[in-house]
Design a protein around this ligand. Sequence first.
Ligand SMILES: NC(=O)c1ccc[n+]([C@@H]2O[C@H](COP(=O)([O-])OP(=O)(O)OC[C@H]3O[C@@H](n4cnc5c(N)ncnc54)[C@H](OP(=O)(O)O)[C@@H]3O)[C@@H](O)[C@H]2O)c1
Length: 433
Amino acid sequence: MRLGMLGFGNVASATMKAFLDNHHLVRAKTGAEIRFVRVATRTPQRAAGRVPDGCEIGDNWRSVVDDPAIDVVLELTGDVELGREAVLRAIANGKHIVTANKALLALHGDEIFRLADEADRHVLFEGAVAVSIPIVKTLKESAAANRLSSVVGILNGTCNYVLSQMSEECKEFATAVAQAQERGFAEADPLLDISGEDAAHKIALLAALAFGVPIDLRSVTFKGIQDVERIDMAFAKRVGYQVKLIARAVLDDGALSVAVEPMLVPDGSMLAQVRGSMNGIAIRGDLLGTAFLYGSGAGGPQTASAVLADVIELANRTIVPAAGTTHNLGFKRSGISPTAIRFPEQRERPFYLRLRLDDRAGMLAQVTKVLADCNVSVSVLLQDEAHEGQADLVVITHAMSSARLATMIPLLREAAGAGHAVVTYPVLDEPGC
Ligand SMILES: NC(=O)c1ccc[n+]([C@@H]2O[C@H](COP(=O)([O-])OP(=O)(O)OC[C@H]3O[C@@H](n4cnc5c(N)ncnc54)[C@H](OP(=O)(O)O)[C@@H]3O)[C@@H](O)[C@H]2O)c1
């Protein structure tokens, strides 16, 4: 099997190094002679001296996707437009694809997988989501017999690192982001991470794998961590929670909601144990119950591990081919169907509320009267010590609708006194997380 590679950055160079270092393993697991024959990248000199003998290096991606000698194209550029053009052309030229480009698949995956399925070509992408965690293979293979009900995870290491630094080391948001960049977790433009968009790309892919729905980024709502304040992290901690950026695809009553947002997670939960730049994912199925997967979400060698696993899988699938077995999303093409979309605000869930009150007699009673009038029951109520005539009050409610919350907020603001904001977060209540 002959390979061509696009890009020679962090992931591609680590993949080449891992291939050279572990070549004997690749051989032992496939029984195949696998060779890199071409690399094309914008700055070819970066690859000089770092590829096997006989592998050509150039700057023209078409020389890879049009080369009839190449069986598999490894798309590792990160460029969405180039990636789309190169992958579609490579498929049309009869090649299989391995990619780690989640943005490409989240935006153009439906088109790419449809054409690949029609051409009976494989598109493998274990490196696109939570690289050390074999979540793509788990959903496609290990959990294949389950009716899945949820996939809930921490899928962006940068956001988790920033939130962990703010909560555990009392770092300011901007300092924590700068540190993530220095340590190489964050994208060059960290907004893709911080805004929740990167996690949205990943959960869109996981939803397609888990539930057999088309990849549709428009049905994913996302919110990032830029407005998370340390004060709320501290209060959350005092009442037994942590603030995490949670990506969820949850099916209930036949409707699917797919969202990314900062949420409170209980201290004792598995997700709360996911610290720093690590990732964690809980999947829930009717047969397996809950499974929790944990590992690095980024890194050259980690991504190389996933990319090379896909190369090995391809060798095993294509060198001993079984007719009609190609189904890139785990579901047969005929099994992919749209499902009713329910946005997260339509689901009932508990909420965390923080109100700043004037430190006067009767204020607490006014607030609890609003809660009672709105028929909201409370699981935690905590009043902080007063400073300069004001005190924070934290409430965690039982499950309630966002509509009821929206009705209650102005009443709470009125009860708290003019000019006081009410901070709210949904509380994660998925079983097994
Ligand atoms: N880094 C990780 O930990 C990680 C983890 C999971 C998935 N991924 C995904 O893996 C992919 C690659 O990430 P990376 O970290 O390796 O990125 P990177 O270090 O920026 O490398 C990108 C490579 O692609 C080349 N390139 C970019 N645009 C190009 C264009 N238009 N034409 C030709 N070559 C082009 C770059 O050339 P130059 O060298 O000249 O810039 C560079 O060699 C991305 O899709 C990323 O989301 C990365």
